[in-house]
Ligand binder design. Structure first.
Ligand code: SF4
Length: 279
């Protein structure tokens, strides 16, 4: 585990590297591009490429962060959050199940860290979670990526039935409009963001405004991470500023992050499954 550059988290941990594209949100996969450059898996990616488990020394890092968690919380005012698998998918069915069992053992040992498990494969979660899960591990936040309405509707329908102490949506890269349903249940948290890197696809200000309004209406904490590119930034698209002017006013995240001149970066209140059911 190492310090994370992902704004919503304090650390990032990759128990293994390698994955396979499953939907349009994967088209410009950062992990695949990094792997091609760094050759972690021999540069191969996809269904027939090997998944590579990270080193024993690397797996010990979360134990260290767990020991330091109390001091971290005193300094930062919240429990440390670790994003698990930025270069893979925890619920990838090409991964040996023994690796996942080892990961869940590590997660339970590191109970002072909140682990964010984000997947595009919610159909695999229940069969791959430990059988003694009960109402969910209190330090595990389960999330799905939903790049548009179609993928939100497909994936949230599955995640909403799975016990977890906290559930979240990563609407990133936002590739189309996404509205929360009129009736719950609702996730606890929704992170939005435009695509960054080469060949970015546009995100519309309206999509982000609308989904933030839905979050406010339904008690979901919104976190807008970035516009992905200054070509998408509303100061450029809607107010006619140059990229240079926009950069001067909005330097948050990649491509800026202000929504109507404000940062929208809220975090969910941690609660257990019993509280969720009572809410
Ligand atoms: S699920 Fe994530 S890691 Fe896997 S191919 Fe898609 S974008 Fe890449």
């Amino acid at each position: 585990m190492e310090y994370s550059k992902i704004e919503r988290c304090d650390h990032t941990v990759n128990p293994w590297i390698g994955c396979q594209k499953v939907s349009p949100g994967c088209d410009h996969c950062y992990a695949e591009a990094q792997n091609a450059f760094r050759k972690w898996n021999g540069g191969t990616w996809g269904p027939h490429a090997p998944r590579k488990r990270t080193s024993v020394a690397y797996w010990k890092q979360p134990l260290k962060w767990n020991r330091e968690a109390v001091a971290f919380e005193q300094k930062h005012g919240h429990r440390p959050r670790g994003f698990c698998a930025s270069l893979a998918d925890v619920f990838d069915n090409q991964v040996p199940s023994a690796w996942r069992e080892d990961l869940f053992e590590l997660i339970r040992k590191c109970d002072q860290l909140d682990w964010l498990l984000l997947t595009k494969r919610p159909q695999n979660i229940l069969k791959m979670l430990p059988s003694d899960l009960g109402d969910g591990d209190p330090n595990v936040w389960l999330g799905i990526t939903a790049e548009d309405q179609v993928h939100f509707d497909q994936r949230w329908k599955l995640l909403q039935k799975i016990p977890a102490s906290l559930k979240f949506i990563s609407y990133e890269p936002a590739l189309g409009a996404l509205r929360l349903p009129a009736l719950g249940p609702y996730p606890d948290w929704l992170i939005s963001g435009g695509e960054s890197g080469g060949g970015t696809r546009p995100v519309k200000r309206r999509w982000i405004r609308d989904v933030i309004a839905d979050c406010r209406k339904h008690g979901v904490a919104p976190f807008h991470k970035q516009w992905g590119s200054y070509q998408n930034n509303p100061l450029v698209v809607n107010k006619g500023m140059s990229v240079k002017e926009a950069k001067g006013l909005d330097a948050f995240g990649k491509g800026g992050g202000l929504v109507d001149d404000k940062l929208v970066r809220e975090f969910p209140v941690r609660r257990n499954a019993a509280n969720r059911d009572a809410a």
